[in-house]
Design a protein around this ligand. Structure first.
Ligand code: SF4
Length: 279
């Protein structure tokens, strides 16, 4: 049965786990962990470590804003479903290619109802230039089918953050990162998405050093984000992860976070960091 935003129960176990964790962390607990880190979920942070995380997150935010400025949101934000599809198209490709794929999708299918009524193969054909077209087309098709014609997703605008995240994560094919991107980029909410770039930088800096996945880093960051700075911190960290703090050969000497980075100071990985600083 198709899912109607605003009224349906969860259908995605992964999504439910993510949002349960999200809500639990906001309340100071963990829905899935028994407190000793089983299920791959670390125990909830103590008050002391939350305080330290907040202070570190604020220093990182300020350092990046000082170096690169305060990023400004687009004047006209995308509608929620447009932002959701654009987020899926942006995965594992460049901004230029994902923008081309999005434009081509909209050109071939001017209304979301037309995309929902087409086949995954036709969608894949339209977004071929964005990479991973077959997987992305399946997800987009699945999501649109699940919306059952309610493509404006207008209920999201009236919901508090947790409820809106919950409803998005209930859609098959939508995880916590994609849901958080919709809230941040479309609805202008103070929510902090964690993608692979943000996860890599934050684990290296030492803020989420024991985190095993972007989802865990997201949970860790929920109570730490300086109020009103989620957009700035997210955009600047993605920029840092793409430009300087790449998976291999990070350019530490040019990094605005050099003085506070555990990786560069050798605390995390002395061998790699010496190499990085010697370049
Ligand atoms: S100092 Fe190096 S490892 Fe640390 S965040 Fe910057 S680029 Fe990444």
């Amino acid at each position: 049965m198709p899912l109607a935003i605003g009224s349906a129960p969860f259908r995605s176990r992964t999504g439910r786990r993510s949002i349960e964790r999200h809500v639990a962390v906001r309340r100071g607990g963990s829905a899935l962990s028994n407190g000793n880190g089983r299920h791959g979920t670390p125990p909830p942070p103590s008050n002391g470590s939350v305080h330290r995380d907040r202070s570190t997150a604020l220093r990182i935010t300020r350092a990046l804003e000082k170096a690169w400025g305060v990023p400004q949101p687009r004047r006209r934000a995308l509608a929620p479903l447009d932002a959701l599809v654009a987020t899926i198209l942006s995965q594992h490709t460049s901004d230029a290619n994902s923008a081309r794929a999005y434009r081509e999708l909209k050109r071939r299918f001017p209304r979301w109802g037309l995309v929902a009524g087409s086949s995954p193969e036709d969608i894949a054909e339209a977004i071929r230039c964005g990479g991973l077209a077959d997987q992305k087309a399946l997800r987009i098709h699945q999501i649109l089918q699940g919306l059952d014609g309610r493509f404006d997703m207008r209920q999201l605008r009236r919901m508090p953050n947790e409820t809106a995240l919950e409803h998005l994560c209930a859609l098959d094919g939508v995880g916590i990162k994609t849901a958080a991107c919709v809230l941040l980029f479309s609805l202008g909410r103070d929510v902090f998405p964690v993608d692979v770039h943000v996860h890599r930088v934050l684990t290296r800096v030492g803020l989420a050093h024991n985190s095993k996945s972007p989802e865990q880093t997201y949970e860790r960051m929920v109570p730490a984000i300086p109020p009103g700075r989620a957009y700035s911190l997210h955009v600047n960290l993605v920029r840092l992860g793409r430009s300087l703090c790449r998976p291999t050969r990070p350019q530490c000497r040019r990094c605005p976070l050099l003085s506070m980075c555990s990786f560069a100071s050798g605390k995390e990985n002395p061998r790699v960091s010496r190499g990085a600083l010697n370049r």
